[in-house]
Ligand binder design. Structure first.
Ligand SMILES: [Zn+2]
Length: 163
């Protein structure tokens, strides 16, 4: 399903299990946040077409963390520069503020763009928070990270999962 969040922001959500995918167009750059699971690949490609994009139009992919339901289609976007925790400090999009939020995973990050917060699996709607009982979780950091995000000045929450 395609949900237009703002003039330049789309949220793609899927029938099969997988994270939401967000498309943000800033100036001439087309940016994708998360690439979802292998199960949604055909639906993802179809939805992109619907909003006038081919996979090779995606120039930047940002992964909120390296879970399979968020990053499985990354190699579909073979023209894109891929950013995650390791190289996020080099992201060339100055409009994005990046927050490192260990907890759900060690490598979790969130992105604030104007009044829109892309929170990955750290916070969800209705006060929900992500699981922090994986081997790759940092349980002692989750509450600090959740508070950090909740205290940001955002109006629209774009989490990794909406159902
Ligand atoms: Zn996750």
């Amino acid at each position: 399903m395609i949900n237009k969040i703002k003039e330049n922001i789309y949220q793609l959500s899927f029938k099969e299990f997988g994270s939401c995918v967000y498309i943000i167009k800033i100036d001439s750059k087309t940016i994708m946040i998360d690439t979802s699971s292998q199960f949604v690949k055909p639906e993802l490609v179809k939805d992109l077409k619907q909003i006038g994009l081919e996979p090779e139009d995606i120039e930047i992919v940002i992964l909120t963390h390296a879970h399979w339901d968020h990053d499985a289609n990354t190699n579909l976007f073979n023209k894109a520069d891929v950013y995650n925790l390791k190289n996020i400090d080099n992201l060339p999009i100055t409009e994005f503020k990046i927050y490192k939020v260990p907890g759900h995973t060690k490598d979790s990050l969130a992105i604030l763009y104007k009044d829109v917060l892309f929170s990955g699996d750290t916070i969800f709607h209705n006060e929900g928070i992500g699981r922090y009982d994986f081997p790759e979780s940092v349980p002692e950091k989750i509450h600090e990270s959740v508070e950090k995000l909740r205290n940001l000045n955002y109006k629209i929450l774009c989490p990794g999962h909406i159902d």
